[in-house]
Design a protein around this ligand. Structure first.
Ligand SMILES: *Cc1c(COP(=O)(O)O)cnc(C)c1O
Length: 358
């Protein structure tokens, strides 16, 4: 073992104040009192044996929401991606996805390790590749080249700016993939953010995809959980991998209840997160030397380098003042969510202005 870094996440630094304004990620939401009550009241059973009524209720609800035949409850979005890839691909296959996709950057090589499948990164502005780019990347079937079996899109595209794929862009990509005999997968970690931003039903964005999942532990505010959806045959296979990977659970209704509560109470309010993100971006854009990507949803990417401070240095200075942001893909990222108010966003922007002397 010659690791120079530890893979164990660090404990909170006792020299830093606890975050007063937490823009680090929408994963940092804490379950609300009402959500905790729903969890406490949940009817439960052994999920692994199909006995948990609350998990079934969540799966049925997701099928209705996304227009799919079947669904499976999983502990994380990463597991949803890995299981879907494992079902769609065989060792040696190639997956086509945007070069900034989570499956490329943030799952520790999962597609290569778990499915034996390579991901080929496609270019495209704002994390979105066009149907033409996809068509150009698809090779004729051959005994020599790796077989291409899957196209994956990310809704919203996280590192690219929390950007939104429009229904027409998705439909065009699905059409090209289908024509070439490739399966289609949607990493819908923030699918509901996209649906709310566009004002369209989530099913309209998931249409035509062979698999799609939604994360509940991001802006929807649940502590744990993702639901992977698809055809009955797809979910049947997905269950084998859930079992093999250790994703089969027991009284999981406790966490499924939080997800159901989120669907009832935390979807429409995502519009507030988007408004707060726009407010924050407007305030930052008024600071000299700061470049801001206009937010499309709840993620604000900006670069303070023009004001003389690196993204890392700014994040460290903010942490000393009880404000947490992240650095992702070489830029600062601030995420608005359930536990972030307009007043907090104003305060964070004012602190950044004070630090940068703007
Ligand atoms: C967070 C995220 C994931 C992984 O979800 P977890 O529930 O954290 O495992 C996958 N894809 C995208 C785009 C994400 O933002």
């Amino acid at each position: 073992m010659t690791n120079t870094v530890s893979y164990i996440p660090p404990r909170p630094d006792p020299r830093l104040p606890p975050p007063r304004i937490n823009l680090f990620s929408d994963t940092q939401t804490k379950p609300t009192p009402a959500m905790r009550e729903a969890m406490a009241r949940a009817e439960v059973g052994d999920e692994q044996f199909g006995d948990d009524p609350t998990v079934w209720a969540l799966c049925d609800r997701m099928c209705a929401l996304l227009g799919t035949e079947a669904a499976v409850f999983l502990p994380s979005g990463t597991m949803a991606n890995q299981i879907a890839i494992r079902v769609h691909c065989r060792p040696g296959d190639e997956i086509l996805a945007h070069e900034t996709a989570h499956i490329v950057t943030s799952e520790h090589g999962g597609p290569w390790a778990n499915a034996g499948a390579a991901v080929r990164g496609l270019p495209g502005e704002r994390g979105i590749f066009s149907a033409e780019t996809l068509r150009a990347a698809i090779r004729p079937k051959s005994r020599y080249a790796p077989p291409q079996s899957l196209v994956s899109v990310e809704q919203t595209a996280n590192i690219a700016g929390g950007t939104v794929w429009r229904a027409e862009e998705l439909a065009a990509v699905v059409e090209v993939a289908r024509a070439a005999g490739l399966a289609t997968h949607m990493d819908g970690a923030r699918l509901m953010n996209a649906a709310v931003a566009l004002g369209v039903p989530a099913a309209a964005l998931a249409r035509g995809f062979d698999s799609v999942w939604l994360d509940f532990s991001k802006g929807l505010g649940a502590p744990v959980g993702a639901v992977l959806c698809g055809s009955r045959a797809f979910i049947d296979e997905a269950w084998r991998w859930k079992q093999r990977m250790g994703g089969a659970m027991r009284q999981a209704g406790v966490i499924a209840a939080a997800c159901l509560h989120a669907l009832d109470h935390h979807v429409a309010r995502l519009a507030e997160d988007h408004a707060n993100a726009r407010l924050f971006a407007d305030r930052l854009a008024a600071i000299e030397g700061v470049t801001v990507q206009p937010p499309e949803t709840n993620l604000v990417f900006f670069d303070p380098s023009g004001a003389g401070l690196s993204p890392e240095a700014l994040a460290a200075r903010l942490a000393q003042r009880g404000i947490r942001i992240s650095v992702l893909g070489g830029r600062c990222r601030a995420a608005t969510h359930l536990d972030v108010t307009a007043a907090m966003v104003e305060e964070a922007a004012a602190e950044i202005r004070a630090i940068l002397g703007g």
